[in-house]
Design a protein around this ligand. Structure first.
Ligand code: F3S
Length: 290
């Protein structure tokens, strides 16, 4: 049995930075919402006294609030200032750029179009920087249904699919004479998906590690299955079932952008032990044979 790990997997730059900032924050620090979609990381931070809150309401002067990588709208910064809170800003720089681009578009009195999922916290934050005046869409038919307009500026959710973006951009370019596109897609998601596709195409089975509620991990599992590769989405090594690998030769491992290295390593270690056992059994079988 051979075990391979995808070339690009696990924490992206923005998530790693946010988790490191949370890990080095003082006990008593709060994060505005769970820092990432990974319950094990959230639990570890809670043990160190860093826990999530839903809003700033319960916080008092001098308390510290950490803003996660998805970012927040300007109202949150204003409220934090008013309450005299200490702000640790872990907004991913790529998200920050998209927020600032949205602000710029509105300041130039242009129509603002955000290509992204309406309910995603990052898109909500970008929209808030655009004075809540954005038209938000994520499907081609939504772009086709737009009313006629002379000009618009476009910002894209950082994790949006490149292909889908290109299709929507083409429709907008055909409809809107004065269109400025701020390409704010971040390559981390794309790289993880491409590495998973490349690996799944050559494997007998894939293990995808990441939170069950993590959209990007779910998408990784989906692209592996689309390659026709049997795929198991697990959150931790404890969910591994040796029966999955019976008679399998090549096992691939990948992980979502919110999966920490220690969880990936645990899975790799178990798989390597299985690999060693399988080699031993094989040698014993060969000895019996000859
Ligand atoms: Fe930032 Fe890209 Fe990750 S936008 S949070 S580095 S997926």
């Amino acid at each position: 049995m051979n075990v391979y790990v995808a070339d690009a997997c696990g924490f992206c730059y923005g998530v790693r930075r946010a988790v490191e900032m949370a890990s080095s924050a003082a006990s008593g620090t709060h994060t505005l919402g769970p820092i990432i979609h990974n319950p094990q990381v959230v639990a570890r931070l809670a043990e160190r006294g860093v826990s999530p809150v839903d809003s700033l309401e319960s916080l008092r002067e001098g308390d510290t609030i950490l803003i996660r990588s998805h970012g927040v709208g300007p109202d949150v910064y204003r409220e934090a200032e008013k309450k005299r809170l200490n702000v640790v800003d872990a907004t991913c720089p790529h998200v920050k750029k998209a927020q600032q681009d949205a602000k710029k578009i509105i300041e130039k009195e242009k129509n603002l179009i955000i290509i992204g999922e309406k309910a995603h916290p990052e898109v909500i934050s970008i929209s808030q920087w655009g004075a809540n005046r954005a038209i938000i869409l994520d499907r081609e038919e939504m772009a086709r249904a737009l009313p006629p307009m002379e000009q618009a500026g476009v910002v894209v959710q950082t994790t949006f699919s490149q292909e889908q973006f290109k299709r929507i951009e083409q429709i907008l370019a055909d409809k809107i004479p004065d269109l400025t596109v701020y390409m704010t897609i971040c390559t981390a998601t794309q790289q993880r998906q491409q590495a998973a596709i490349d690996l799944a195409g050559k494997m007998d089975v894939m293990i995808v590690i990441g939170g069950k509620n993590s959209a990007n991990t779910g998408r990784l599992a989906q692209v592996c299955r689309e390659q026709g590769c049997p795929t198991y989405h697990i959150e931790t090594a404890a969910e591994l079932d040796t029966a999955w690998f019976k008679g399998m030769k090549n096992i691939g491992i990948t992980a979502g952008a919110s999966t920490p290295d220690w969880i990936i390593q645990e899975v790799v270690n178990i798989m390597e032990n299985l690999q060693a056992e399988a080699t031993e059994v094989m040698s014993e079988e060969l000895l019996d044979k000859y």
